[in-house]
Design a binder for this molecule. Structure first.
Ligand code: GDP
Ligand code: MN
Length: 411
């Protein structure tokens, strides 16, 4: 699960990580008042699109504004244009919320650029540990830097039981070039971020950029602040965090994936033309491999899991068929806990009830069915008896036969 930046900022604050104040708005009319609140102490405000994708700065969806009029114009632009970045689908994302926050001043870096850093905790599959990732070259180019100059990225593994240790955080702070009072501020931010990562069952906790503000008489070394953050939470841990679960924004999720989730199904949208209805992630992978081996491309896979009901199978079909890219469907079920007769009945119900966009009922695209395992005879019998309701159906004898038939059918 992901959350918006304004929610991420609240979370950082609750773990004692300093963040400039701000609030979320949903309408253009609220921009002026929010601007005034954010700039009550003087200075500028920043208006930022709240969508579950990054790359906003480069797309023009992060704007510094100096007056209520500018704030309103920026809000109008962002709420009436779709945001497109390398992290969004090609058609972009609709922006429904904005963050209006006090703009931070960012100190100039001696030798050029601004004092922007990258900081993240995530799981490193290679070392099978959580790691702290940090870079002196934070901001909007971090992906490119990680790609072109991996040596500019610092990686510090976390102890599986003890987590990030203060000495590690201080060493990384020094390596990043923090000076004087900044060192402890930055190290504390790292330690708090690591604690947040652990306590909230994150799969990613990222601050980009972490900045240093220019020196003032009050803070001669400047202040270290987070001005953008991104979190991913492990869905399997959400039952322990009702506060996080409440932050979920269903309007930011793929509608087909949400619909599947409601029926206990896992649905993953892909780019090809063959819809796949399978049970179990392993069988799903094998099914996609064999489709590709025979020259086809999967459009999605929908995993009905171990114990889906007839109703869920019917829903599964309607999700797969609602994707206009789907030119054929492969059902590949190995009945273990899942019974083949339940799947067969689900297929039949779906075929009898599925409404096409033109109003007609029944499957129009070719359907290839391969069933094996528990109650397979009963399942095949059911399908055979219902043949006239599923005219586009072909039975397959095994996985290879199924893949050949479905790729031929969509070719
Ligand atoms: P992202 O592009 O989606 O990651 O959005 P960010 O919030 O990280 O903003 C992108 C860039 O805009 C940052 O790297 C900063 O350079 C700049 N920026 C964002 N917020 C502020 C701010 O409060 N003050 C200043 N001076 N620059 C900001
Ligand atoms: Mn950012």
């Amino acid at each position: 699960m992901k959350i918006h930046e304004y929610q991420a900022r609240d979370l950082l604050r609750s773990f004692n990580i300093p963040v400039p104040p701000g609030r979320a708005i949903e309408s253009i009319e609220d921009a002026a008042a929010a601007f005034k609140e954010a700039t009550a102490g003087g200075g500028a405000a920043v208006i930022k699109a709240q969508v579950h994708a990054g790359g906003r700065g480069k797309a023009g969806f992060v704007k510094l504004v100096n007056s209520a009029e500018e704030a309103t114009a920026a809000a109008r632009f962002m709420l009436t244009n779709r945001m497109k970045s390398p992290q969004t689908p090609p058609e972009g994302l609709e922006v429904k919320k904005l963050l209006v926050a006090t703009a931070a001043e960012i100190a100039d870096r001696p030798g050029g650029g601004k004092e922007e850093f990258y900081l993240a905790i995530t799981t490193d599959r290679k070392t099978r540990r959580n790691i702290l990732i940090a870079s002196r070259e934070g901001g909007v180019e971090i992906e490119q830097i990680a790609h072109e100059r991996p040596e500019a990225i610092i990686k510090e593994p976390l102890h599986p039981l003890l987590g990030l240790q203060p000495y590690q955080a201080r060493r990384v702070a020094f390596d990043l070039g923090f000076k004087g009072k900044q060192v402890n501020q930055a190290a504390n931010i790292m330690l708090n971020l690591a604690r947040l990562f652990q306590e909230k069952d994150c799969s990613l906790a990222e601050i980009n950029p972490l900045i240093i503000t220019p020196p003032t008489p009050q803070h001669p070394d400047g202040q270290v602040l987070a001005i953008d953050a991104k979190f991913n939470f492990d869905d399997n841990g959400l039952f322990r965090h009702p506060d996080l679960a409440e932050m979920a924004d269903p309007t930011e999720e793929n509608p087909a994936e949400l619909r599947a989730k409601r029926f206990g199904l896992s649905y993953i949208a892909l780019g090809g033309t063959i819809g796949c209805l399978v049970n179990g992630a392993g069988l799903a992978m094998a099914t996609m491999d064999i489709i590709k081996l025979h020259g086809g491309e999967p459009a999605n896979f929908l995993d009905v899991g171990g114990g889906a009901s007839e109703e869920a199978v019917t829903e599964a079909f309607s999700i797969i068929l609602s994707d206009p890219k789907v030119k054929g469907v492969l059902v590949n079920i190995f009945g273990g806990i899942m019974r083949c007769d339940v799947i067969a009945q689900g297929i039949i119900n779906a075929a009898r009830n599925y409404k096409n966009p033109d109003g007609s009922v029944g499957f129009k695209v070719p359907l290839v069915v391969r069933l094996e395992g528990t109650n397979v005879e009963a399942g095949r019998q059911l399908l055979n008896d219902a043949r006239k309701d599923i005219p586009t159906m072909q039975a397959a004898t095994d996985l290879t036969d199924a893949a050949k038939k479905v790729t031929a059918a969509v070719a």
